[in-house]
Design a protein around this ligand. Structure first.
Ligand code: ATP
Length: 311
Protein backbone atom coordinates (compact mmCIF):
# COMPACT_ATOMS: atom_id res chain seq x y z
CA UNK A 1 0.00 0.00 0.00
CA UNK A 2 1.47 3.42 -0.96
CA UNK A 3 1.72 5.95 1.85
CA UNK A 4 2.79 9.56 2.39
CA UNK A 5 3.59 11.09 5.78
CA UNK A 6 3.47 14.90 6.03
CA UNK A 7 3.71 17.60 8.64
CA UNK A 8 0.72 19.92 8.67
CA UNK A 9 2.12 23.12 10.15
CA UNK A 10 0.13 25.79 12.00
CA UNK A 11 0.24 29.48 11.08
CA UNK A 12 0.19 32.76 12.95
CA UNK A 13 -0.85 36.20 11.69
CA UNK A 14 1.86 38.82 12.05
CA UNK A 15 -0.84 41.32 11.08
CA UNK A 16 -4.52 41.20 10.20
CA UNK A 17 -6.55 44.03 8.73
CA UNK A 18 -10.18 43.93 7.64
CA UNK A 19 -10.85 46.28 4.72
CA UNK A 20 -14.60 45.76 4.46
CA UNK A 21 -17.48 43.36 4.20
CA UNK A 22 -18.47 41.85 0.85
CA UNK A 23 -22.04 41.20 -0.25
CA UNK A 24 -21.62 37.43 0.14
CA UNK A 25 -20.85 37.87 3.86
CA UNK A 26 -17.11 37.34 3.41
CA UNK A 27 -14.69 40.05 4.46
CA UNK A 28 -11.92 41.59 2.46
CA UNK A 29 -8.69 41.20 4.43
CA UNK A 30 -5.03 42.16 4.21
CA UNK A 31 -2.79 40.10 6.45
CA UNK A 32 0.70 38.70 6.77
CA UNK A 33 0.68 34.97 7.48
CA UNK A 34 3.68 33.10 8.82
CA UNK A 35 4.07 29.34 9.10
CA UNK A 36 5.33 27.90 12.41
CA UNK A 37 6.91 24.61 13.44
CA UNK A 38 4.02 23.43 15.67
CA UNK A 39 2.33 20.77 13.53
CA UNK A 40 -0.02 17.82 13.24
CA UNK A 41 1.30 14.59 11.66
CA UNK A 42 -0.77 13.37 8.74
CA UNK A 43 -0.40 9.88 7.32
CA UNK A 44 -2.27 9.18 4.07
CA UNK A 45 -2.42 5.71 2.52
CA UNK A 46 -3.87 4.66 -0.81
CA UNK A 47 -5.37 1.19 -0.94
CA UNK A 48 -6.24 0.48 -4.57
CA UNK A 49 -8.65 -2.39 -3.91
CA UNK A 50 -11.94 -2.63 -5.70
CA UNK A 51 -14.76 -1.14 -3.71
CA UNK A 52 -18.48 -0.78 -4.08
CA UNK A 53 -18.00 2.94 -4.45
CA UNK A 54 -15.26 4.21 -6.78
CA UNK A 55 -13.37 5.98 -3.96
CA UNK A 56 -13.92 5.44 -0.23
CA UNK A 57 -12.42 7.63 2.51
CA UNK A 58 -11.55 6.52 6.04
CA UNK A 59 -10.29 8.96 8.66
CA UNK A 60 -9.00 8.50 12.20
CA UNK A 61 -7.59 10.99 14.71
CA UNK A 62 -6.24 11.09 18.27
CA UNK A 63 -8.79 13.82 19.20
CA UNK A 64 -11.97 11.93 20.08
CA UNK A 65 -14.13 15.08 19.80
CA UNK A 66 -13.27 15.76 16.17
CA UNK A 67 -15.62 14.42 13.49
CA UNK A 68 -14.22 11.72 11.18
CA UNK A 69 -16.72 12.19 8.34
CA UNK A 70 -17.56 15.01 5.86
CA UNK A 71 -17.48 17.48 8.75
CA UNK A 72 -13.71 17.02 8.99
CA UNK A 73 -11.91 19.39 6.61
CA UNK A 74 -9.26 16.73 5.84
CA UNK A 75 -12.00 14.31 4.80
CA UNK A 76 -13.51 16.99 2.55
CA UNK A 77 -10.08 17.60 0.99
CA UNK A 78 -9.81 13.92 0.07
CA UNK A 79 -13.35 13.91 -1.35
CA UNK A 80 -12.62 17.00 -3.45
CA UNK A 81 -9.35 15.54 -4.82
CA UNK A 82 -11.23 12.32 -5.65
CA UNK A 83 -14.03 14.22 -7.40
CA UNK A 84 -11.53 16.19 -9.50
CA UNK A 85 -8.72 13.72 -10.20
CA UNK A 86 -9.72 10.11 -9.45
CA UNK A 87 -10.46 9.32 -13.10
CA UNK A 88 -11.11 5.56 -13.22
CA UNK A 89 -9.18 4.79 -10.01
CA UNK A 90 -10.94 2.66 -7.41
CA UNK A 91 -9.86 2.23 -3.84
CA UNK A 92 -9.71 3.75 -0.38
CA UNK A 93 -7.95 6.88 0.87
CA UNK A 94 -6.99 6.19 4.49
CA UNK A 95 -6.13 9.26 6.59
CA UNK A 96 -4.70 9.29 10.10
CA UNK A 97 -4.29 12.63 11.91
CA UNK A 98 -2.13 12.98 15.00
CA UNK A 99 -3.14 16.40 16.30
CA UNK A 100 -1.00 18.73 18.37
CA UNK A 101 -2.33 22.06 17.04
CA UNK A 102 -5.12 23.28 19.33
CA UNK A 103 -8.56 23.18 17.69
CA UNK A 104 -10.55 26.34 16.88
CA UNK A 105 -7.58 28.38 17.99
CA UNK A 106 -6.83 30.83 15.15
CA UNK A 107 -3.90 28.67 14.04
CA UNK A 108 -5.45 27.14 10.88
CA UNK A 109 -5.29 23.61 12.28
CA UNK A 110 -8.11 22.21 10.14
CA UNK A 111 -6.89 24.06 7.06
CA UNK A 112 -3.38 22.66 7.44
CA UNK A 113 -4.79 19.12 7.69
CA UNK A 114 -6.76 19.68 4.47
CA UNK A 115 -3.65 21.07 2.76
CA UNK A 116 -1.61 18.01 3.75
CA UNK A 117 -4.25 15.66 2.34
CA UNK A 118 -4.26 17.58 -0.97
CA UNK A 119 -0.44 17.26 -1.17
CA UNK A 120 -0.56 13.59 -0.21
CA UNK A 121 -3.18 12.62 -2.80
CA UNK A 122 -1.16 14.42 -5.52
CA UNK A 123 1.85 12.31 -4.58
CA UNK A 124 -0.02 9.02 -4.14
CA UNK A 125 -1.67 9.36 -7.55
CA UNK A 126 1.37 10.93 -9.30
CA UNK A 127 -0.71 13.90 -10.44
CA UNK A 128 1.04 16.52 -12.56
CA UNK A 129 -0.17 19.61 -10.67
CA UNK A 130 1.54 22.90 -9.80
CA UNK A 131 1.20 24.67 -6.46
CA UNK A 132 -1.16 27.11 -8.15
CA UNK A 133 -3.40 24.17 -9.18
CA UNK A 134 -3.34 22.79 -5.63
CA UNK A 135 -4.09 26.22 -4.14
CA UNK A 136 -7.13 26.65 -6.39
CA UNK A 137 -8.48 23.33 -5.13
CA UNK A 138 -7.64 24.31 -1.53
CA UNK A 139 -9.46 27.63 -1.83
CA UNK A 140 -12.70 25.68 -2.42
CA UNK A 141 -12.36 24.28 1.13
CA UNK A 142 -11.38 27.36 3.14
CA UNK A 143 -9.52 30.62 2.84
CA UNK A 144 -6.49 29.51 4.92
CA UNK A 145 -5.94 26.30 2.94
CA UNK A 146 -3.92 27.81 0.02
CA UNK A 147 -1.38 29.39 2.39
CA UNK A 148 -0.98 26.05 4.19
CA UNK A 149 -0.40 24.33 0.83
CA UNK A 150 2.35 26.83 -0.05
CA UNK A 151 3.96 26.61 3.37
CA UNK A 152 4.01 22.82 3.44
CA UNK A 153 5.64 22.76 -0.01
CA UNK A 154 8.49 24.88 1.38
CA UNK A 155 8.97 23.04 4.67
CA UNK A 156 8.09 19.35 4.23
CA UNK A 157 11.06 17.13 3.35
CA UNK A 158 8.83 14.92 1.19
CA UNK A 159 7.64 17.90 -0.91
CA UNK A 160 10.59 20.31 -1.09
CA UNK A 161 12.24 18.68 -4.12
CA UNK A 162 8.96 18.56 -6.09
CA UNK A 163 8.40 22.31 -5.68
CA UNK A 164 11.97 23.65 -5.46
CA UNK A 165 11.41 25.81 -8.55
CA UNK A 166 7.85 26.82 -7.78
CA UNK A 167 7.78 30.53 -6.75
CA UNK A 168 4.71 29.92 -4.57
CA UNK A 169 6.59 27.66 -2.13
CA UNK A 170 7.15 29.96 0.88
CA UNK A 171 6.97 30.21 4.67
CA UNK A 172 5.34 33.66 4.82
CA UNK A 173 2.90 35.53 2.57
CA UNK A 174 0.70 38.58 2.24
CA UNK A 175 -2.90 37.46 1.88
CA UNK A 176 -5.47 39.78 0.27
CA UNK A 177 -8.99 39.47 -1.16
CA UNK A 178 -10.81 36.94 1.01
CA UNK A 179 -7.41 35.65 2.13
CA UNK A 180 -6.71 33.43 -0.85
CA UNK A 181 -4.73 35.87 -3.05
CA UNK A 182 -1.22 35.24 -1.83
CA UNK A 183 2.11 36.98 -2.43
CA UNK A 184 5.16 35.13 -1.06
CA UNK A 185 7.31 37.19 1.32
CA UNK A 186 10.62 36.85 3.10
CA UNK A 187 9.58 35.26 6.38
CA UNK A 188 10.30 36.08 9.99
CA UNK A 189 12.95 34.05 11.84
CA UNK A 190 11.86 34.04 15.46
CA UNK A 191 11.38 31.80 18.44
CA UNK A 192 7.83 31.91 19.77
CA UNK A 193 5.61 31.23 22.71
CA UNK A 194 1.93 30.40 22.11
CA UNK A 195 -0.87 30.23 24.64
CA UNK A 196 -4.52 29.34 24.09
CA UNK A 197 -7.06 30.04 26.81
CA UNK A 198 -9.49 27.17 27.35
CA UNK A 199 -12.30 28.40 25.13
CA UNK A 200 -13.18 28.13 21.47
CA UNK A 201 -13.80 31.18 19.36
CA UNK A 202 -15.97 30.97 16.27
CA UNK A 203 -14.20 32.67 13.34
CA UNK A 204 -17.57 33.43 11.73
CA UNK A 205 -18.87 35.14 14.87
CA UNK A 206 -15.79 37.34 15.20
CA UNK A 207 -16.00 38.47 11.57
CA UNK A 208 -19.73 39.16 11.98
CA UNK A 209 -19.03 41.20 15.10
CA UNK A 210 -16.09 43.21 13.77
CA UNK A 211 -18.29 45.44 11.59
CA UNK A 212 -19.93 46.92 14.68
CA UNK A 213 -16.83 47.74 16.77
CA UNK A 214 -14.52 50.70 16.51
CA UNK A 215 -11.05 49.98 15.12
CA UNK A 216 -8.60 52.58 16.44
CA UNK A 217 -5.46 51.23 14.76
CA UNK A 218 -4.66 49.43 11.51
CA UNK A 219 -1.40 47.73 10.53
CA UNK A 220 0.69 49.30 7.76
CA UNK A 221 1.44 46.09 5.88
CA UNK A 222 3.86 47.77 3.44
CA UNK A 223 5.92 48.89 6.40
CA UNK A 224 5.68 45.46 8.01
CA UNK A 225 6.92 43.85 4.79
CA UNK A 226 9.79 46.37 4.70
CA UNK A 227 10.56 45.32 8.25
CA UNK A 228 10.69 41.65 7.20
CA UNK A 229 12.91 42.40 4.19
CA UNK A 230 15.35 44.53 6.20
CA UNK A 231 15.15 42.50 9.45
CA UNK A 232 13.93 45.58 11.32
CA UNK A 233 12.43 44.44 14.62
CA UNK A 234 11.10 47.97 15.16
CA UNK A 235 9.11 48.07 11.92
CA UNK A 236 7.82 44.55 12.51
CA UNK A 237 6.66 45.17 16.09
CA UNK A 238 5.15 48.56 15.24
CA UNK A 239 2.86 46.85 12.72
CA UNK A 240 2.03 43.67 14.59
CA UNK A 241 -1.63 44.68 14.75
CA UNK A 242 -4.64 42.40 14.46
CA UNK A 243 -7.88 44.39 14.16
CA UNK A 244 -9.91 41.33 15.26
CA UNK A 245 -8.50 41.84 18.77
CA UNK A 246 -10.94 44.74 19.05
CA UNK A 247 -13.78 42.20 19.09
CA UNK A 248 -12.22 39.12 20.70
CA UNK A 249 -10.36 40.81 23.59
CA UNK A 250 -13.50 42.76 24.46
CA UNK A 251 -15.88 39.79 24.38
CA UNK A 252 -13.55 37.21 25.94
CA UNK A 253 -11.73 38.76 28.95
CA UNK A 254 -9.61 35.63 29.39
CA UNK A 255 -7.94 36.36 26.06
CA UNK A 256 -7.15 39.89 27.27
CA UNK A 257 -5.76 38.39 30.50
CA UNK A 258 -3.57 35.98 28.51
CA UNK A 259 -2.26 38.78 26.30
CA UNK A 260 -1.53 41.04 29.30
CA UNK A 261 0.29 38.27 31.14
CA UNK A 262 2.45 37.38 28.12
CA UNK A 263 3.16 41.06 27.45
CA UNK A 264 4.76 41.42 30.86
CA UNK A 265 7.35 38.79 29.90
CA UNK A 266 8.00 39.61 26.21
CA UNK A 267 9.54 42.69 24.58
CA UNK A 268 7.10 45.60 24.07
CA UNK A 269 4.90 45.23 20.98
CA UNK A 270 5.79 41.61 20.32
CA UNK A 271 2.60 39.92 21.59
CA UNK A 272 -0.45 39.49 19.37
CA UNK A 273 -3.59 37.39 18.98
CA UNK A 274 -3.48 35.06 15.95
CA UNK A 275 -6.39 35.07 13.47
CA UNK A 276 -9.74 35.40 15.21
CA UNK A 277 -8.18 33.98 18.39
CA UNK A 278 -8.14 32.94 21.09
CA UNK A 279 -4.45 31.92 20.78
CA UNK A 280 -1.97 34.65 21.69
CA UNK A 281 1.68 34.45 20.59
CA UNK A 282 4.82 36.31 21.54
CA UNK A 283 8.14 36.74 19.75
CA UNK A 284 11.09 35.58 21.84
CA UNK A 285 14.85 36.22 21.68
CA UNK A 286 15.80 32.54 21.72
CA UNK A 287 14.54 29.05 22.52
CA UNK A 288 15.52 29.44 26.18
CA UNK A 289 13.30 32.52 26.61
CA UNK A 290 10.36 30.86 24.81
CA UNK A 291 10.65 27.81 27.11
CA UNK A 292 10.77 29.98 30.26
CA UNK A 293 7.72 32.04 29.27
CA UNK A 294 5.85 28.91 28.16
CA UNK A 295 6.34 27.31 31.58
CA UNK A 296 4.72 30.38 33.18
CA UNK A 297 1.84 30.46 30.68
CA UNK A 298 1.17 26.75 31.32
CA UNK A 299 0.05 27.65 34.86
CA UNK A 300 -3.04 29.33 33.34
CA UNK A 301 -3.44 27.69 29.95
CA UNK A 302 -2.83 23.97 29.45
CA UNK A 303 -2.47 24.56 25.72
CA UNK A 304 0.73 26.62 25.77
CA UNK A 305 3.69 25.83 23.50
CA UNK A 306 7.20 26.97 22.78
CA UNK A 307 8.11 26.75 19.13
CA UNK A 308 9.54 28.85 16.29
CA UNK A 309 8.68 30.01 12.82
CA UNK A 310 9.64 27.69 9.92
CA UNK A 311 12.47 28.80 7.64
P1 ATP B 1 -8.54 29.23 11.17
O1 ATP B 1 -7.35 29.87 11.83
O2 ATP B 1 -8.28 28.72 9.77
O3 ATP B 1 -9.82 30.01 11.31
P2 ATP B 1 -8.85 27.65 13.49
O4 ATP B 1 -7.47 27.30 13.95
O5 ATP B 1 -9.49 28.80 14.17
O6 ATP B 1 -8.81 27.86 11.93
P3 ATP B 1 -9.60 24.90 13.34
O7 ATP B 1 -8.66 24.25 14.30
O8 ATP B 1 -9.33 24.69 11.91
O9 ATP B 1 -9.79 26.43 13.67
O10 ATP B 1 -11.07 24.36 13.74
C1 ATP B 1 -12.24 25.04 13.38
C2 ATP B 1 -13.41 24.06 13.38
O11 ATP B 1 -13.20 23.12 12.35
C3 ATP B 1 -13.56 23.27 14.66
O12 ATP B 1 -14.84 23.52 15.15
C4 ATP B 1 -13.42 21.81 14.28
O13 ATP B 1 -14.40 20.98 14.84
C5 ATP B 1 -13.55 21.80 12.77
N1 ATP B 1 -12.61 20.86 12.10
C6 ATP B 1 -12.90 20.13 11.02
N2 ATP B 1 -11.86 19.40 10.64
C7 ATP B 1 -10.86 19.66 11.49
C8 ATP B 1 -9.52 19.19 11.61
N3 ATP B 1 -9.01 18.29 10.75
N4 ATP B 1 -8.76 19.69 12.59
C9 ATP B 1 -9.27 20.63 13.43
N5 ATP B 1 -10.53 21.08 13.38
C10 ATP B 1 -11.33 20.61 12.42
Amino acid sequence: MKKVQLRAYAKINLSLDVLGALENGFHQVEMVMQQILLCDDIMVRWDPQNNETPIAIRLSTNRYFLPTDERNLAYRAAALMAEKYAGDRRGTIIIDIKKRIPVAAGLAGGSSNAAAVIHAVRKLWDLDLTLDDLCRTGAQLGSDVPFCIMGQAAANKALKADFAKDPLACHCALATGTGTDLRPLKGLRSHLVLSKPALSVSTAKVYQGIDSVEIPEHPDNDELIRGLVTNSTDLIRKNMINVLENYTLKHYPIVMYTKNKMQKMCSPGSVLMSGSGPTVFGLCRDAEESRTICRKMLRDNKESFWTRTTW
